[in-house]
Unconditional design. Structure first.
Lengths: 405, 79
């Protein structure tokens, strides 16, 4: 066992060990700046980290002066230098000789890989997306309990419609706690089923700030969630993985609240419109019946005698025509009957009998005398022949019993 | 016509209301039917409206320690 004479000797040994190390004497590493201060002398003291580890760094002013950008907490940087042991503090730290902005390089690579993988697996499929509830009575929100996001959401909801309940699940929206807490919030609501829709929200921030939402666990929780999820992370141009899995992506938290209430207000309008349409429909229906009745009532036949009379005249005219032709037929028939009868009559003309040598006696009145008893002595009679007449006076009468029998 | 209105879900009531309006608009119903439809339709509309207003505004926060829900105060503001 090695025995160091003093702490200083130990520290010195560590220093020389580090200086002699092939890897630790000249290297570069990338991390996110977490703590950051610049001393009055212009030296920069900061820490860089990844989700699991932290490394204190010091950058002396003669090097720091050459840094071309202004580092800040959250900035992703690539630093080059060597490991150093700060004996007065007993602290291992990195002495940074140069620093550059890491850019979005590797984060973006992570994002792309996750996107590709989840996309292939079908987590973004539109068929899987659920419609928003028709009547969102209770709204679950997963976001930070402090800050403007929750109050923006509540106030937007209030403005749109007073009829809602809201249940907030407080969660970190940045840093390493963000993914597990957001995931827990989504799972909480999915398990309890105590809300109709979930809004996962965060206000605007840098690419790195929002990066927590590019998380596989969050994505899977959203995908598995049976309650519709609206994502509202950052501002309009910001897209994170959760936006692709969510059933609806809203540009901002306020927009998410508006979307939720849009469906509510659509329903409200629909019911109001239907009630109105019902009134109109029934009025139109009754109106139509009324105007039918009115039309019948106003019919000319019912209303103007002249029209009725005119109508009847036409009818009568029809009968008259029929009657006329019937009469004509009748007359024609009578005429022909007459002709027939006339022929027969002619054959019975007594004059013709007279031509055959008969004659008849006419009385004083000119009429034919049919009986001897109508004559008495002294009556003047005419004897009519076929070709003329003779006049005589009755001198005697006698009766023949054959005629009277 | 379907049964008691308060047994219906909001969606069912809304659907029936739509159908009633459509049938009235068609005009192929008797006067008596039309009046029945109108009465039923009005009841359905009132029911839907009631359903829409059923909720009272309650804003709360999940208490992770107790598993319960605590009221959450958010100042009303101009959005």
């Amino acid at each position: 066992m090695v025995e160091f004479k003093s702490v200083s000797q130990l520290d010195n040994y560590i220093k020389s060990y580090l200086t002699g190390s092939e890897y630790l004497s000249d290297f570069s590493v990338t991390g996110e700046i977490s703590q950051y201060t610049v001393s009055s002398r212009g030296h920069a003291y900061f820490t860089i980290k990844d989700p699991d580890s932290v490394m204190p760094c010091v950058m002396f002013s003669r090097y720091f002066a050459y840094v071309s950008f202004t580092p800040a907490i959250g900035t992703k940087v690539t630093v080059s230098g060597c490991m150093d042991f700060y004996a007065p503090g007993g602290k291992l730290q990195m002495q940074v000789l140069s620093m550059k902005e890491a850019g979005k390089g590797d984060l973006h690579e992570q994002y792309k890989q996750l996107f590709e993988r989840l996309s292939k697996e079908g987590l973004f499929d539109p068929e899987h997306k659920k419609p928003l509830p028709v009547l969102p009575k209770r709204i679950g929100v997963v976001t930070s309990a402090s800050g403007r996001v929750i109050s923006d959401i509540v106030n937007t909801l209030r403005k749109r419609n007073p009829y809602f309940d809201l249940l907030l699940y407080p969660a970190s929206v940045q840093g390493e706690n963000c993914p597990p807490e957001i995931t827990a919030g989504i799972n909480y609501f999915n398990e309890k089923k105590n809300v109709d829709v979930i809004i996962v929200a965060r206000g605007g921030g840098s690419y790195e700030d929002l990066f927590g939402f590019n998380d596989e666990n969050i994505a899977r929780a959203v995908y598995a969630c049976e309650i519709p999820v609206i994502s509202a992370i950052g501002h309009e141009p910001d897209y994170t993985i959760i936006d692709y899995v969510a059933d609806l992506r809203a540009a901002t938290p306020t927009a998410a609240a508006e979307q939720v209430m849009a469906s509510y207000n659509d329903q409200k309008n629909m019911v109001d419109n239907l009630a109105l349409t019902l009134d109109i429909a029934v009025n139109q229906y009754i109106g139509a019946k009324k105007s039918q009745l009115e039309m019948l009532r106003n019919h000319k036949a019912l209303h103007t005698p002249a029209f009725y009379a005119q109508n009847q005249l036409t009818v009568i005219e029809g009968y008259r025509t029929k009657m006329k032709s019937a009469m004509e037929a009748k007359i024609t028939k009578l005429q022909s009957d007459y002709k027939n009868m006339h022929g027969k009559l002619e054959s019975l003309n007594p004059t013709n009998v007279l031509k055959r040598g008969y004659s008849y006696v006419s009385g004083a009145d000119g009429k034919a005398v049919e009986s001897a008893s109508s004559l008495k002595k002294g009556d003047v009679i005419g004897i009519v022949f076929a070709d003329g007449k003779a006049t005589g006076t009755i001198t005697d009468t006698s009766f023949d019993d054959r005629r009277s029998s | 016509m379907a049964g008691k209105i308060d047994k219906l879900s909001y969606e069912e009531a809304l659907e029936e209301l739509k159908q009633i309006v459509a049938r009235l608009n068609e005009g192929k119903v008797t006067l008596d039917e039309s009046l029945q439809f109108y009465k039923r339709g009005n009841e359905l509309a009132a029911y839907c409206d009631k359903k829409l207003r059923e909720v009272t505004q309650k804003i709360s926060e999940v208490n992770k320690a107790t598993g319960g829900e605590d009221p959450l105060n958010i100042e009303e503001s101009e959005v």
